[in-house]
Design a protein around this ligand. Structure first.
Ligand SMILES: [Zn+2]
Length: 466
């Protein structure tokens, strides 16, 4: 099966065939670093990290790049307000970003380029656009001549004339046409600046991604991704800049994720419903947050509410419980020859369901449904009087594999808990031996509260989670 990706450029699902066999070049627009990220910002990070993990699972070698915008109007404003250097402020929030997304189970990109490290390349890129007639200087600013680029509007499926209606020239802008956008902005007095052929200034936002994607990944990339709100104008402008520069296709597959709502309302400063990842992950297990985010296919909007997060938590707990029970049963296995091979086949089928779901435009909602199937299957298997080590191990392997693609670990704390439970059972056995039935009953109740079920078997007392 070939992976299908919904390509915004074509507005349909297409089979994914990378330029070079077995290799994927992927670029995801990263944050502007002047504050902590909110949960809306975390959605694309989690989604495209999962896309990356799935591509790797399917055997692709993925080069994954995500940038930091570390100079722009909002950053300068925030730095002024806090009386902090721009570079100090951005360094602080880049570190905060890494701490947040790492907690959410996201791997570091192969490169996290920063705008301020690529100033020369940005200037050179703009110079070429100017030489080719796609850019013009106007009183220290440089603008992109939008109408000159033939394919403008192809990503957002709008014609230049449609766009013309909504466009206007802001006061202070010195453009030929309302559709033109800034590649370089002259510095205002007191602002941070870089020297350039057009005087002191700094780059516009869109040019950064065109330059950094090309520097690291080359003229053409396989997958370019970001939030739906970036389709226009940001990604449309990236295409115009890059394709005018190289004469080649900039990105072959464009992926865009849907919005997040909070309690069915748009997240906005005025509604006061901004939720920072840094705050919420102190209250909710970040693995639960990730599981929740992946419970909806990425192109759909997702609604965040405490109820829905609690549902996700209960769901993840069910999977963890099955996993822990299978793990625990490894202590008491029988040699059953090939009698239980049918179960290996059933496990393989569920794995196939997962792959089918993920191949279909990374449908994590259906992928998670497959993991629940695996969990149900494991619970049924554990009802067998005797269990085979090979089958139990295969359950664990596939749980780890599938949940690993989703970026969630099932191991960790449960193993420590197992030891605690074993210790309690041992203490109960001792108490019974010493005829201290009060203590034995106390422990039995305690285990019952922890939802642990004790079973007397030929191999001694065995326990499982209820
Ligand atoms: Zn970008």
């Amino acid at each position: 099966m070939v992976i299908q990706i919904f390509n915004t450029l074509k507005r349909e699902k297409e089979p994914f065939v990378p330029m070079e066999e077995g290799k994927v070049k992927m670029y995801v627009c990263g944050p502007t670093v002047y504050n902590y990220i909110h949960i809306g910002n975390s959605r694309p990070v989690i989604i495209y990290d999962t896309v990356r993990k799935y591509l790797q699972y399917r055997g692709y070698e993925v080069t994954f790049v995500s940038n930091f915008t570390d100079v722009d109007d909002k950053i300068i404003k925030a730095a002024n307000e806090l009386g902090e250097d721009v570079s100090e402020l951005t360094e602080r929030f880049i570190n905060a970003y890494f701490a947040d997304v790492e907690a959410l189970g996201c791997s570091k990109a192969d490169a996290h380029p920063r705008v301020t490290d690529h100033m020369n390349e940005i200037i050179d890129f703009i110079k070429v656009l100017e030489e080719k007639g796609y850019a013009y200087e106007s009183q220290g600013d440089v603008y992109y001549r939008t109408r000159k680029f033939e394919g403008y509007g192809k990503l957002s499926h709008q014609s230049v004339d449609d766009l013309k209606v909504g466009a206007r020239i802001e006061t202070g802008e010195k453009k030929e046409d309302a559709l033109d956008f800034a590649l370089w902005k002259a510095a205002k007095p007191g602002e941070i600046f870089w020297e350039s052929p057009w005087g002191q200034g700094r780059p516009g936002w869109h040019i950064e991604c065109s330059v950094m994607a090309r520097e690291i990944l080359g003229d053409t990339i396989d997958i370019h991704a970001g939030g739906q709100d970036l389709t226009f104008p940001h990604h449309e402008n990236e295409i115009a800049q890059s394709e005018a520069m190289t004469g080649k296709t900039f990105a072959r597959y464009w992926m865009h994720n849907g919005y997040i709502n909070i309690d069915n309302e748009k997240m906005s400063k005025s509604l006061g419903n901004f939720i920072l990842v840094n705050d919420i992950r102190q209250q909710i297990d970040p693995q639960v947050l990730r599981f929740f985010m992946l419970s909806v296919q990425y192109r759909h909007p997702i609604n965040y509410s405490i109820d829905l997060v609690e549902q996700a938590e209960a769901g993840l707990e069910r999977i963890r419980t099955s996993y822990a029970n299978v793990m625990h049963r490894l202590n008491a296995t029988a040699d059953l020859g090939d009698q239980h091979d049918i179960w290996l086949h059933k496990i393989e089928e569920v794995k196939g369901q997962f792959t089918t779901a993920m191949d279909d435009d990374f449908n994590t909602a259906n992928g998670i449904a497959a993991v629940f199937e695996l969990s149900k299957l494991a619970n049924t298997y554990l009802l067998e009087k005797q269990t085979a080590e090979q089958v139990l191990k295969q359950f664990l392997t596939i749980f780890d594999e599938l949940m690993g693609v989703l970026g969630i670990s099932l191991q960790q704390e449960k193993e420590i808990l197992d030891e605690e439970i074993d210790a309690l059972i041992e203490e109960r056995n001792q108490a019974r031996k010493n005829r201290d039935f009060a203590r034995a009953d106390e422990i039995r109740d305690q285990l019952k509260d922890m939802n642990i079920i004790l079973e007397d078997t030929a191999q001694g007392i065995r326990w499982r989670r209820g």
